[in-house]
Write a protein that binds this ligand. Sequence first.
Ligand code: PLP
Length: 213
Amino acid sequence: MIVANLKQLKEDVPATVTVVAVSKTKPADAIREAYEAGHVDFGENKVQELCLKHETLPQDIRWHMIGHLQRNKVKYIAPFVHLIHGVDSERLLHEINKQGAKNDRIIDVLLQIHIAIESTKFGFSYEEAEAVLSKAKELEHVRITGLMGMASYTDNTAQLTAEFSGLQDFYNRLQPTNNWSILSMGMSNDYKLAVDLGSNMIRVGSLIFGSRN
Ligand SMILES: *Cc1c(COP(=O)(O)O)cnc(C)c1O
């Protein structure tokens, strides 16, 4: 099932779109199944679970931290994390830079933009993101490679379109000067629309692994 779902999903999106298989709450065996079929990008939203799975599973898996990240936990994932999607504060960015230095690496991150109407979702406003970008250039061990956004929890296409295209416009405006390559938006329920509106990285869980409890 998992392998077939993943295959179908990859056929549904252009080859330029990276599929991050969101494996949170799912057992290592489910990940291994997808890995053995050739998939290497997996997303988790909890540091402890991410570290445990990183220890148990093949070392060439590219682990994406997609959830809200607390500063005091950056140190646990800094040695190996492939991409941190949810950078939502300047202090977090500085901590990632510090841990990048300690691990002698440059850690790739995305700035999370708050595009949803719900106030519970994390992220910068567009204005805040621009302010952070202007100051981030001096950080040598963190590299902002693009943006991430989570749309509202709704099936109202007009609402989703407004949120995704707002982020697309902002991305397109700032991409050239910032050398960005990643626009991470779209989940199981809205990835098609997100891809139509410029996403090149989708984070899909339930559609691949089945629903979570
Ligand atoms: C859980 C999660 C996803 C995947 O959600 P699905 O609806 O299962 O595809 C994507 N992005 C983030 C940030 C998540 O927390």
